[in-house]
Design a protein around this ligand. Structure first.
Ligand SMILES: CC(C)(COP(=O)(O)OP(=O)(O)OC[C@H]1O[C@@H](n2cnc3c(N)ncnc32)[C@H](O)[C@@H]1OP(=O)(O)O)[C@@H](O)C(=O)NCCC(=O)NCCS
Length: 176
């Protein structure tokens, strides 16, 4: 599976990068665990990622900048998406791009690749996003997700008020 943007390796923020995407394998566990820790205040345990990679109800895709399509190249992973399938629906549990590689359309490429992978069995894709996560809200809106609900105080954080979550959905059965 691959998704090629229009520009070259080493594109700067604001420019689309050439992105290669493949399913995660067990050799990616450490890299995904570390990348998740760099991108979120509460990183998830390595055991969670190891079991998710082996779980057929979970889809994990990883992204590289460039044309690399090499299972041993885990150290170069720049982004990932984790989706959980349930019947004819699926939920994006996590998506992240390394801070050094953001604004080069890597997350957009990951979303598109996940949708293409899911589309045969999945009607609707859901996600939750914090009201104060402007980059993610902009990403999802641009990708065609629409807000359908709000969960009050969903995101607990020490010392701050808990942030609300916006629930968003996209009908991928009819997506172009
Ligand atoms: C959200 C995140 C995954 C976006 O990754 P990315 O690869 O930089 O996103 P893209 O380059 O594909 O951006 C796509 C669109 O999203 C919007 N966007 C992304 N980052 C943005 C930012 N910092 N400010 C404003 N808009 C932003 C833009 O509309 C952008 O398209 P445009 O540049 O053509 O206008 C990344 O910022 C990240 O990893 N954040 C930390 C983890 C996180 O919050 N994940 C989401 C949890 S719900």
């Amino acid at each position: 599976m691959s998704n090629h943007g229009p520009a070259s390796i080493g594109a700067q923020p604001g420019q689309a990068a050439r992105v290669t995407i493949r399913p995660a394998s067990s050799g990616d566990t450490d890299t995904i665990t570390e990348l998740h820790r760099r991108c979120f205040p509460a990183g998830w345990e390595k055991t969670f990622w190891a079991s998710s990679i082996c779980d057929c109800n979970h889809l994990i895709l990883v992204a590289f900048v460039g044309d690399r399509f090499d299972d041993d190249a885990a150290a170069e992973i720049q982004g990932f998406i984790l989706v959980r399938r349930a019947a004819d629906e699926a939920e994006i549990l996590s998506i992240a791009v390394d801070p050094s590689a953001r604004l080069r359309t890597i997350a957009t490429a990951l979303l598109g690749a996940a949708e293409r992978e899911l589309t045969a069995q999945t009607q609707k894709l859901f996600l939750e996003v914090s009201v104060d996560n402007a980059p993610a809200l902009a990403l999802y809106e641009r990708a065609g997700f629409i807000p359908v609900g709000r969960r009050r105080g969903y995101y607990q954080s020490v010392g701050d008020l808990a942030a609300d979550a916006i629930v968003m959905t996209k009908d991928i059965a009819t997506a172009p």
